[in-house]
Write a protein that binds this ligand. Structure first.
Ligand code: PEP
Ligand code: MG
Length: 892
């Protein structure tokens, strides 16, 4: 016989805390509290397996379930001394759902079940309070009708309002016992009218109705949607908890409340909570009456006159404090508890691990280590790496009101408010005037860098999580919402329209890059604060992790930010990003559009000193830490002048013929620039570009080595290699430059040459490529793009379909696809190591900052991950968790 039903209460239980999968979170914790000897009203849990069986079997229950439930009801009766359906000594129960993970959207609670026209009289006698009995009965009819029978609350609320009005009552407390009895009659008539059948009087019908409503709610639309959003499988099922009622509304010596064992928003170790005298749990949640503080201290701080529980019920309060210590010591975590006091006696209704902010999570974890409650490893495992974002960027005040007008992808966390502007020059101009601006673009390109930098936040209507806007914004630590497709942007009119409204340049919006929300007006923010506990936990993580953490950075600001966050070097310096400053773009365009070698060399001569100065600055900031500089790798179109006006300006600046330039630009036009003349292919065609860059890097390294008194060993990286030969040729060119510099300076230069592995062919040929390469850096942005054959910039249009239909678990540009792209990475790492045992291996695609992908990098033994500056702390923590063997599911 399968055991479907698990009893608890009276200091014992069939279940325990680790049976969460079977009993749901609530059921497992009720069992555990019973085992701990805490005062838990007796009850039973119908297991999640029943839910699964119910749906597998055409919504029919297992045959032996009814007997098991009835035996469990008997057990409650024996424990509390009442009888279910009994006229004199009625037993009343609550029925609650309880899945493995708490799930809003499901049926929550039915209280006072077991009341009918007969038992209500028994309750009146038993409690000595007829008013209480009928008040409970009308609450039950309303709740049951709403949750189980589908007759909505407002029907009942209207009747109550009418009755109050007719009698000139203001408060519910003005109603007498007879008034409530009268209302009960009206409520029952209402149910009859709405449903064409009477409100169920048989208590067993009531019970099974509620049980079925809980199981039914597992498959309602809201629950299904919530599961999909949170990766909860339908097979998990929900449990049902049936428990003897205790009453917090049995007079002034009764109460109900909720508490946290520590402050959930700051983490402070102080008992924290609220209660209501003479009330049921729902009253606290409903917010009709203002709850009172639990502790005297909190009451005084709040300047509140209403007495605290500590003052009002001192002995119950002392008991509650003991319970809280017992629960925290037992669970070794902050608990969120619910309790009821019935005529002076304390009852525990729930305990669970309390939800908390990132700040509180850090403080609680670090404090608990210091209190000897948990180990450092446990502290590290308890913090969700991506939650650290909350601490690194300004975030919206959770209490502030939001008027959401659109949603896009949460491309770069943080929140920002400002005037909308539609082009980057304007953004820069207004920011220079001290204004906060949000740059709104259909999509961004490298030419928008200055505008993105000047803006507080970036909003695009097109583009995915690795679109230009997203990558650059994350790198800069700017808030960004990308791909908000419902927004229509008109550059010419400088307007954006959404939901039938049009917004003009200068209108204020707020974006939340952590959720993807776009809101009208400005919303209050909370500023970041890197508290002491943040540093402590990070230091522990650093001791544990094996993977090194570098950053993707090319500007001094990014490099400095990343070092502040603990980066141990630069894993990717994208040199093309250095080419867009106003003072060099002309020379860059000249270099690209040059017809002849002479012309190109003229441009390169202008670029050499500026590039060198850039590298000097980066090497200085990184003071001896490894720096990987990638040679030029842009799809060429990113650099070309686009409009006639731009071409004319360029022609003027260069003293060149505009027509000729236009012709050359046309010649260079590509249909598919991502697969075009980019990466090392540029170096093969125009080796002088790479030679100039190599010279700038090596001379800068020599200069900074002298300053620091230690050798800076730059890592020169060639992008988009597919064959050994490409690398062999380009390596030869760089070595020749190095030899020339050695000759000129008389000093030896040290450097490494390596490559990105970002094409499937490169991964397969890694063994051969390693003959030339001293390091590999996995460019998983391009590798994902080329392995799947989907565009980094355009996949947003169908990704949602792929995820909702379960074809992709998550966006493969966010979380590394282990089965495909990951296999290639693993194979390349293995093959590379066979050829060159000590080859350095890292990853510099966006995945380098994603906890699940970092876990993968740990399992295949890479040496380091590299990510945007603001993700460095996340990567440090994720690397420590990976070293502890803790696998995280993707958080995308
Ligand atoms: C990559 O392709 O993963 C990479 C890091 O290079 P980029 O994003 O600059 O193409
Ligand atoms: Mg790439």
């Amino acid at each position: 016989m399968t055991k479907w039903v698990y009893s608890f209460g009276d200091g014992t239980a069939d279940g325990q805390a680790d049976m969460r999968n079977l009993l749901g979170g609530k059921g497992a914790n009720l069992a555990e509290m019973s085992n701990l000897g805490l005062p838990v009203p007796s009850g039973f849990t119908i297991s999640t397996e029943v839910c699964t069986a119910y749906y597998d079997n055409d919504e029919k229950y297992p045959e032996d379930l009814a007997d098991q439930v009835s035996a469990a009801v008997d057990k409650i009766e024996d424990s509390v001394g009442g009888r279910f359906g009994d006229k004199e000594q009625p037993l009343l129960v609550s029925v609650r759902s309880g899945a493995r993970a708490s799930m809003p959207g499901m049926m929550d609670t039915v209280l006072n079940l077991g009341l009918n026209d007969d038992t209500v009289a028994g309750l009146a006698v038993q409690s000595g309070d007829k008013r209480f009995a009928y008040d409970s009965y009308r609450r039950f009819i309303q709740m049951y009708s709403d949750v189980v029978l589908g007759v909505e609350h407002h029907h009942f609320e209207e009747l109550l309002e009418i009755l109050k009005e007719e009698n000139g009552y203001i408060l519910d407390t003005d109603l007498s016992a007879d008034d409530w009895e009268n209302l009960v009659g009206q409520y029952k008539a209402k149910v009859q009218e709405e449903l064409g059948r009477p409100f169920p009087q048989d208590v067993n019908d009531q019970l099974w109705g509620a049980i079925t409503a809980v199981f039914g709610s597992w498959m309602n639309q809201r629950a299904i949607k919530y599961r999909r959003l949170h990766d909860i499988p339908a097979e998990w099922g929900t449990a049902v908890n049936v428990q003897a009622m205790v009453f917090g509304n049995m007079g002034d010596d009764s109460a109900t409340g909720v508490a946290f064992t520590r402050n959930p928003s700051t983490g402070e170790k102080r008992f924290y909570g609220e209660f209501l005298v003479n009330a049921q749990g729902e009253d606290v949640v409903a917010g009709i009456r203002t709850p009172q503080n639990l502790t005297k201290e909190a009451r005084e701080e709040a300047g509140d006159d209403a007495p605290s529980m500590e003052e009002l019920f001192p002995s119950v309060f002392t008991q509650l404090v003991e319970v809280y210590h017992k629960l925290e010591d037992h669970y070794r975590d902050m608990q969120d508890i619910e309790f009821t006091v019935q005529q002076g006696k304390l009852w525990m209704l729930q305990t669970r691990s309390g939800k908390r902010t990132a700040k509180a999570a850090l403080k609680i974890a670090v404090d608990m280590v210091e209190e000897g409650m948990i180990t450092r490893e446990e502290a590290i495992e308890r913090i969700e790496p991506s939650s650290l974002d909350q601490l690194l960027h300004p975030t919206l005040d959770p209490d502030a009101e939001r008027n959401i007008i659109a949603r896009g992808l949460p491309a770069s966390p943080g929140a920002a408010s400002g005037e909308i502007v539609f082009n980057s020059d304007e953004a820069e101009k207004l920011a220079a005037e001290g204004k906060s601006v949000i740059l709104v673009r259909i999509e961004t390109s490298p030419e928008d860098i200055h505008g993105m930098h000047a803006a507080k936040g970036i909003l695009t209507s097109r583009g995915g999580m690795t679109s230009h806007a997203a990558v650059v914004a994350r790198g800069m630590g700017r808030a960004c919402v990308s791909g908000a497709g419902s927004i229509n942007i008109d550059y010419r009119e400088e307007t954006m329209s959404v939901l039938g409204q049009t917004f003009n340049k200068g209108d204020i919006i707020t974006i939340d890059g952590g959720t993807g929300e776009v809101m009208l007006g400005s919303v209050d923010m909370i500023l970041p604060e890197l508290s002491g506990t943040f540093g402590t936990l990070m230091a522990w993580a650093d001791e544990i992790r094996r993977l090194r953490v570098r950053t993707n950075a090319e500007t001094p600001l990014d490099a400095e930010t990343a070092r502040k966050f603990g980066a141990e070097g630069i894993g990717l310096c994208r040199t093309e990003h250095m080419f867009f400053d106003a003072d060099r773009i002309v020379a860059v365009r000249q270099m690209i559009l040059a017809d002849t070698l002479d012309e190109r060399e003229e441009a390169l001569a202008k670029l050499l000193p500026v590039q060198k100065a850039d590298f000097v600055e980066l090497f200085r900031i990184m003071s001896g830490l490894p720096v990987t500089v990638r040679l030029l790798d842009p799809p060429l179109h990113e650099f070309l002048p686009k409009t006639d006006e731009e071409i004319d300006d360029l022609a003027k600046a260069l003293g060149a013929d505009a027509k000729k330039l236009r012709h050359r630009a046309l010649q260079l036009h590509e249909f598919n620039p991502m697969l075009g003349h980019r990466g090392c292919r540029l170096g093969i065609s125009y080796p002088e570009i790479y030679e100039m860059q190599a010279r700038a890097i090596l001379e800068a390294a020599a200069e900074v080595s002298k300053e620091l008194g230690e050798t800076v060993i730059p890592e020169i990286m060639i992008p988009l290699v597919a064959t050994e030969k490409e690398l062999e040729i380009l390596k030869g060119k760089i070595e020749a430059v190095a030899a020339t510099i050695e000759e000129e300076s008389g000093a030896s230069v040290e450097y490494l040459i390596g490559t990105m592995i970002e094409l499937p062919r490169a991964a397969l040929q890694a063994g051969q490529i390693a003959n030339q390469a001293e390091f590999f850096s996995f460019g998983t942005n391009d590798l994902t793009q080329t392995t799947y054959g989907i565009s980094r910039d355009d996949s947003g249009s169908f990704l949602e379909d792929y995820i909702t239909q379960g074809i992709y678990d998550t966006d493969p540009f966010v979380s590394l696809d282990r089965d495909g792209v990951g296999e290639l990475v693993k194979l390349a790492a293995e093959r590379g190591r066979v050829t060159r045992e000590d080859i350095k291996l890292g990853i510099c695609g966006e995945h380098g900052g994603d906890p699940s992908s970092i876990d993968f990098c740990e399992t295949i033994g890479l040496d380091y991950v590299s990510c945007s500056p603001y993700r460095v702390p996340i990567a440090r923590l994720a690397a420590a968790q990976a070293a502890l063997g803790m696998t995280r599911v993707s958080e995308a």
